[in-house]
Design a protein. Structure first.
Length: 304
């Protein structure tokens, strides 16, 4: 099995410049010549700053994976800021994946002393040769579930974590990946929040991720209820996920969550906000007439 490295960009391949770190061609190739001389590299044009990544970029990456030589294991080099979003999106978009797809990157560029880049490249290439089929994120010596992972540290080398799952990060089925840009808004609940942001999203967005408290509660005011009623009347999916790092939501446990159950909010259960965002985006792309059914359906261990 050969290894194909898709270089989408990110800190790992940057060098210091007058305005800060910026990508430079050849940095990644030089490291791979030491780590795995047989690995082949495809550089994306243009390279993606992951903070500016969009669902269109997910679609480019998914297409590159779907059309690659079936005998290749794949490593995707990616910036860390939105790597968890991309990992989840690829997990949901790539149906019937028969090989490992490993995302990795680094917190410090390969060109900086003490970089974690080379170790992460080695770990990702090893995982590409040994992991089961599915989308994984390899970082700091760990191989993490692509639909459960989240970034948990902004500077430390152990920057990612994932809740365990008994299900591999692989969606059953077949067919080309379908990802199109949709207007999905993320609303975070807070004590005493007003309804302006939720009302605007309910009136204009294609879908909403509602980051609620604990296991599924939020402020209950007439204005917030009116906003959720607007979303329900428009038929757009609203998905509740927890602000907590573990445990997920279980709507209906507390009366303080009735504002959501009364208005058809979808219980996101154990999904991370990143996974929920990607799943809603893909559900709207694949099943625009009934995205809610796909959102409620466990696809790759993302919900429990």
């Amino acid at each position: 099995m050969g290894v194909l490295v898709l270089n989408t960009g990110g800190t790992i391949g940057m060098v210091a410049g007058p305005d800060g770190f910026a990508p430079k061609r050849g940095v990644l190739e030089a490291a791979l010549a030491v780590v795995d001389p047989d690995a082949r590299v495809i550089n994306f044009e243009p390279l993606i700053d992951s903070s500016a990544a969009t669902p269109r970029d997910w679609a480019r990456i998914a297409h590159a994976v779907a059309t690659a030589d079936p005998s290749d294991a794949i490593v995707i080099v990616h910036g860390t800021d939105t790597m968890a979003h991309t990992a989840a999106a690829l997990t949901f978009a790539l149906k019937g994946l028969a090989r490992p797809v490993i995302l990795t990157g680094s917190m410090l560029p390969l060109t900086v002393a003490g970089s974690d880049g080379e170790a992460n490249l080695r770990g990702a290439i090893d995982a590409a040769k040994t992991a089961g089929p599915g989308v994984w994120l390899s970082f700091a010596g760990r191989v993490l579930h692509g639909a459960r992972v989240r970034k948990v540290h902004s500077t430390g080398f152990t920057a990612f974590d994932a809740s365990p799952s008994d299900h591999p990060p692989r969606r059953a089925g077949q067919g080309a990946p379908v990802i199109s840009a949709q207007d999905v808004e993320v609303i975070t609940t807070a004590p005493g929040m007003n309804a302006r942001a939720l009302t605007r999203a309910a009136q204009e967005a294609d879908g909403i991720i509602l980051r609620c408290f604990g296991s599924g509660t939020m402020p209950d005011t007439p204005a917030l209820r009116a906003a959720l009623a607007t979303a329900q009347a428009r038929g757009i999916p609203v998905v509740a996920v927890s602000q907590c790092a573990a445990g997920g939501v279980s709507l209906g446990t507390y009366a303080a969550g009735s504002i959501m159950t009364d208005h058809g909010v979808i219980d996101g259960r154990g999904m991370t906000a990143e996974a929920a965002y990607a799943k809603v985006m893909i559900a709207l792309s694949e099943a625009p007439d009934d995205p809610a059914t796909l959102i409620r359906t466990p696809l790759a261990g993302e919900m429990d």
